[in-house]
Ligand binder design. Structure first.
Ligand code: PLP
Length: 394
């Protein structure tokens, strides 16, 4: 008889977004005319910028003519886009060969798929609270997870110590859910650990475009030594509003080698076997993001989300509530006031202020007592939500 992948039976049910949806639905059926201030989910609200829309139209027209039509795209990405991404890195002093950049249809896909090139016996270190897909992808593939809790004491940015022991290390900076960002010295400690132990860092840079402090690194490859120990996974989802359009990229340096196996070559083999590339139309549109005009336009949108963050941070400051994130990330991670639990605070905000956020406990046990606000909502809703917060908690 066929045996299913029994690892799936070890997955914990994800109550987080289900519970939020259920509680929201119940609230709306009891109060049908209420407007809810939604600062829960991490999806963008602004449309694609003009440069990308023009790129989409032009590329669609290309597909209408035999002379410009594209069939299968190269599995690892179109040359024009790999080059555009490499040049983007060069802009901040990181030299990459075009074929060290792999185009994907998003970071989520890559975060799970990349596990294919690492032996199942490797243990995966996951800093918690964490983006839930890290844990689930590892459980599905039957890997041992080393949970590394973080806390307010270390600013939710833990560093390796004498007890750290794992072959694969997930780092997410700027972080979802905490919005915390590793500085250069902190990342160097992780890079040194990985090189000393032969580990590999999977660096999730999905929110790099939100960094505004010049001193903070956008990429792990800004850190000396990272080329021999890191893979970087990035996405245009939040950078350029591609959550529904889908495009990401993964960087695997050629110096990343273990047991004589080069991970870049392995990933070429993997992609050429398991994918047929990302749509021409989407890749063309994505290339517009990396033009000077595209960069200007996406940063106009990011500035709107950053303003939302400032509005909420001012409210929290005035209430004396501790938080991290917001400045270099689209998330604000706050301590629930008066020692409240995450879900208790969720209920209070929903029932008394019609605000929806995300209970920290949903991102791992050490998130209990914390709460995440996403800043991807409309400025108007965010402004009113901030006023309501102050009114409720002052
Ligand atoms: N990584 C982090 C930390 C995220 O928060 C998200 C999405 O919310 C992703 C990856 C997934 O991004 P994508 O839309 O490219 O799959």
């Amino acid at each position: 008889m066929l045996t299913p992948n029994m690892n799936y039976s070890h997955l914990k049910n994800s109550y987080l977004f289900y519970n939020i949806a259920q509680k929201t639905k119940d609230h709306l059926s009891a109060h049908p005319d209420t407007h809810l201030y939604r600062m829960g989910i991490g999806d963008v609200s602004l449309p694609l910028c003009d440069a990308v829309i023009k790129g989409l139209h032009t590329a669609a027209d290309d597909q209408a003519n035999a002379s410009t039509f594209n069939g299968y795209m190269p599995e690892c990405g179109a040359e024009f886009l790999r080059k555009a991404v490499a040049e983007y890195y060069q802009g901040r002093g990181v030299e990459l060969a075009d074929d060290e950049v792999f185009i994907s249809s998003g970071a989520s896909d890559e975060l799970g798929d990349i596990l294919d090139i690492f032996d199942r016996s490797n243990r995966s270190l996951i800093i918690e609270p964490a983006y839930p897909a890290y844990v689930d992808a590892n459980v599905m593939s039957g890997r041992e997870i080393v949970h590394m809790p973080s806390s307010r004491e270390n600013g939710f940015l833990p560093l390796p110590d004498e007890n750290t022991d794992a072959e694969l290390i997930y780092l997410c900076s700027p972080n979802n859910p905490t919005g915390a960002v590793f500085d250069r010295e902190q990342l160097k400690k992780w890079v040194d650990y990985a090189n000393a132990h032969g580990s590999v860092i999977l660096f999730d840079a999905a929110y790099e475009a939100f960094i505004e402090d010049d001193a903070l690194p956008h990429s792990i490859f800004e850190i000396e030594g990272a080329r021999t120990c890191a893979v970087e996974i990035c996405s245009l989802s939040k950078t350029a509003g591609f959550t529904g359009t889908r495009l990401g990229y993964t960087v695997i340096p050629k110096e990343l080698v273990r047991c004589g196996m080069r991970f870049n070559d392995m990933w070429v083999r993997n992609r050429t076997t398991k994918t047929n590339g990302v749509s021409y139309i989407i890749q063309r549109a994505a290339a517009e993001v990396f033009t000077p005009e595209g960069q200007r336009q996406i940063h106009e949108n990011i500035a709107i989300y950053k303003n939302n963050a400032r509005t909420l941070m001012q409210a929290l400051d005035s209430l004396g509530i501790w938080y991290t994130g917001g400045r270099n990330a689209p998330y604000i991670w706050l301590e629930c006031p008066n020692g409240m639990g995450s879900w208790e605070f969720f209920d209070l905000l929903l029932n008394k202020a019609q605000i929806i956020g995300t209970p920290g406990e949903g991102f791992g046990k050490c998130g209990e007592g914390y709460f995440r606000f996403s800043t991807f909502g409309s400025p108007e809703d965010t402004r009113i939500a901030a006023e309501r917060l102050i009114e409720l908690l002052k």
